[in-house]
Design a protein around this ligand. Structure first.
Ligand code: BTN
Length: 258
């Protein structure tokens, strides 16, 4: 990974400081450890991860030299209830950057899966530290399958995952894609901080492949079935149940039903 090439293309506050590693346990864990002594906008990038973390306690497949494993440190002044907006903002930024850089029709599966051709090309894991019920910092972890080929995908995700290379038919520069993501995050984060929540949510809705679909959502040991109607001002999924009632969901594992 050519860290200098990334630094040259980054324009804003996000990525003003970038630390690149060949291998680490998890860029999120590293960023969480550095958060108290680092400024907002710090970015940690690794070429591979020994114990990459996915959502809901899963592991994230993180082989060397092919893909993107990156964490961004943010210190947003928002209520705990609004933290989903950080994930929503990051998903919009990543989807837009992949669309612009690789020309792929990326959509977002609530809340933060990046999807191409009904398969997962990337995901976002936001981890928080709270102080007096407010967010002291948030670490946004971005994992994107970039240059892995289909035959390199492990068996357990071969049917459900894809990569930029598989979809585009050619490799793309990880450095170019990373700098595009950081510049998009810089822009969308500024919009969010400047009261542009409505604009962000509208953009998320345009990019969403979830809204209007029949879905099931697993929340702990509960499974809910319904139609994904919308998202509210906190980024919660508005799920219309068969009974006609509405559930507002902060976090869960969603499957679009066919
Ligand atoms: C998901 O399950 O969809 C979220 C995956 C997030 C993976 C990224 S890779 C960089 C960062 N460090 C981690 O350990 N996880 C995130």
């Amino acid at each position: 990974m050519n860290c200098e090439a990334i630094k040259k293309k980054v324009r804003g506050e996000i990525g003003k400081e970038i630390l690149c590693y060949q291998n680490t346990a998890s860029t999120n864990t590293l960023a969480l450890g550095l958060a108290d002594t680092s400024a907002e906008g710090l970015v940690i990038i690794a070429d591979s991860q020994k114990s990459g973390k996915g959502r809901l306690g899963r592991t994230w497949w993180s082989p060397p030299e092919k893909n993107i494993y990156m964490s961004i440190l943010l210190k947003p002044r928002i209520e705990h209830s609004e933290v989903t907006l950080i994930t929503i903002m990051s998903a919009v930024a990543c989807a837009t950057a992949i669309r612009k850089t690789a020309g792929l029709k990326v959509t977002i599966k609530w809340p933060n899966d990046l999807i191409v051709s009904d398969k997962k090309i990337g995901g976002i894991l936001t981890e928080l530290k709270l102080k007096d019920k407010r967010i002291s910092h948030a670490v946004v972890g971005v994992g994107i399958n970039v240059n892995s080929g289909r035959d390199q995908l492990p068996d357990d995700i071969r049917e459900t995952a894809t990569s930029v290379k598989i979809e585009k038919g050619s490799t793309v520069s990880r450095e170019g894609l990373i700098s595009a993501i950081l510049n998009e995050v810089d822009q969308w984060y500024a919009i969010l901080k400047d009261g542009g929540k409505h604009m962000l949510l509208e953009e998320w809705k345009i990019l969403s492949s979830t809204l209007g679909k029949k879905v099931n959502v697993v929340i702990g040991n509960r499974t809910l079935f319904g139609v994904a109607e919308s998202i509210d001002g906190e980024g919660r999924l508005i799920l219309r149940l068969a009974s006609g009632e509405v559930e507002k969901i902060h976090s869960g594992d969603l499957t679009v039903l066919r």
